[in-house]
Design a protein around this ligand. Structure first.
Ligand code: CTP
Length: 248
């Protein structure tokens, strides 16, 4: 009768999990954090990492994949657009993410904003959670497809400019005139043309960045739920099928 049919159906789906679903749970949980320069992305990532202290979390910065310059190019950095998608070596980023996703350790360059070089390497071990942060991490479709959760940090332009002036003059030792020139020539147009249009890919948009404790709490709760399912699925590979079948 009609009861048996339902049971048979459920049994069939329990016995035949699709490979794509199985693969999804064996790989680390990847979070993308995008948003304008000086929007507070780093603060959001730090708070997520702090609250997930009992998990293995690694942070990968898009800055690490800035193209390197020749000595000759270094003399003309003021004409270079660091906010354009072409400023990054996305192929290298994809190679690194692919290794981490498959459980391999990688060496990632540390970018130095003063020398415009990335000579120093940092060893990053595979982890349960990978956070990929940067102004344009939602720009390339292949990078977006690596992400299980996409967060856009949405901070007003005046706040971003004020922070940028403070940061670039204090930490990067730059001249305020040069900071303002760079902002109107490259930073603002690139935000409008390349960064803001990627907001539509976000699962979550956080207003005010790192100041938004409620948003961070909700995000961390969601990640914990996902990681919990992940752990259970390692022990009982078919459990997620049982759960989803009974919900229907
Ligand atoms: N940039 C620069 N000089 C370089 C390389 C990059 O001024 N040699 C600037 C780019 O113009 C870009 C910014 O660095 O606007 C990107 O970094 P940003 O997103 O500000 O750094 P985070 O600290 O990650 O930002 P947040 O405040 O959101 O944490």
């Amino acid at each position: 009768g009609f009861h048996m049919d339902g049971f048979e159906q459920r049994k069939a789906s329990i016995e035949q999990p699709t490979t794509s679903e199985t693969d999804m749970y064996e790989q680390p949980f990847v979070i993308g954090v995008a948003g304008g320069a000086a929007s507070g992305k780093t603060a959001v990532c730090d708070m997520i990492i702090q609250q997930l202290h009992d998990q293995r979390v690694v942070l990968v910065n898009q800055d690490s994949f800035y193209n390197n310059f020749s000595e000759e190019e270094l003399t003309r950095v003021q004409d270079y657009n660091f906010d354009h998608p072409d400023a990054f070596d996305t192929e290298q980023l994809l190679r690194v993410m692919d290794k981490l996703k498959h459980g391999e350790a990688v060496d990632i360059p540390k970018y130095d904003f003063k020398t415009y070089k990335s000579d120093v390497l940092r060893r990053v071990n595979p982890s349960d959670v990978i956070i990929l942060e940067g102004i344009l991490v939602f720009h390339d479709q292949r990078v977006r497809e690596l992400m299980n959760m996409k967060i856009f940090v949405d901070t007003d332009a005046d706040v971003r400019l004020a922070r940028r002036i403070r940061r670039d003059t204090n930490e990067k030792g730059r001249d305020i005139g040069a900071v303002l020139d760079q902002y109107s020539k490259f930073v603002k147009p690139a935000f409008d043309d390349f960064i803001l249009p990627t907001k539509k890919y976000a699962d979550i948009i956080i207003p005010r960045g790192g100041d938004n404790h409620v948003a961070i709490d909700l995000i961390v709760q969601h990640i914990r739920t996902k990681l919990g399912q992940h752990d259970l699925c390692k022990i009982y590979p078919n459990l997620y099928v049982i759960q989803s079948t009974f919900q229907i």
